[in-house]
Design a protein around this ligand. Structure first.
Ligand code: FE2
Ligand code: FE2
Length: 163
């Protein structure tokens, strides 16, 4: 599988969890309970690996091979990664306060929509440019390395790349 193939599969997995989170927002009691925390615990480790694959494998190859495009385009995606982290932190903080029902809902809804939008943007802009500009053998080699990342989650703490 190519690297973008793998990233797309991961996006759709994240999409399902984000849907679940969205569903739990419809239920006030669910929202006040532990559903959001459970979804977030499922999502976060996989999201960290995904982001590491983008930063360490996808972005450098994009800059190298898609020379006709301004590499500054990546600043947008890197900026959104940072924003997603901030929203995750805000959500984890507000989830500690069982009474802050409305804040939980707003913060969660905010995170869900930003993450969904980000995945869509990557799939509609960055990935097609990458797939067009990067030789296929390299796309597959990066896909192989990316799946190694995905299978060595327990080691990632020691490697220290972007989280
Ligand atoms: Fe991303
Ligand atoms: Fe992504």
């Amino acid at each position: 599988m190519t690297i973008t193939g793998l990233l797309r599969v991961q996006h759709s997995g994240f999409g399902r969890i984000l849907e679940e989170m969205g569903e739990s927002l419809k239920d006030f009691e669910g929202c006040a309970g532990e559903e959001l925390e459970r979804s977030l615990l499922k999502l976060l480790p996989a999201l960290r690996v995904h982001e590491r694959i983008e930063h360490e494998l996808l972005f450098p190859a994009f800059i190298k091979h898609v020379a006709s495009v301004d590499p500054g385009i990546l600043d947008l995606f890197k900026g959104t990664h940072k924003e997603i982290h901030e929203k995750v932190d805000a959500l984890q903080e507000v989830l500690k306060d069982k009474g802050a029902l409305l804040s939980r809902m707003v913060t969660a809804a905010d995170f869900i929509s930003l993450a969904k939008e980000h995945f869509e943007q990557e799939e509609q802009t960055l990935f097609p440019l990458f797939e067009k500009g990067v030789p296929e053998d390299i796309q597959k080699e990066l896909g192989r390395r990316a799946s190694e990342y995905a299978h060595s989650r327990s080691e990632r703490k020691h490697i220290g790349g972007p989280t």
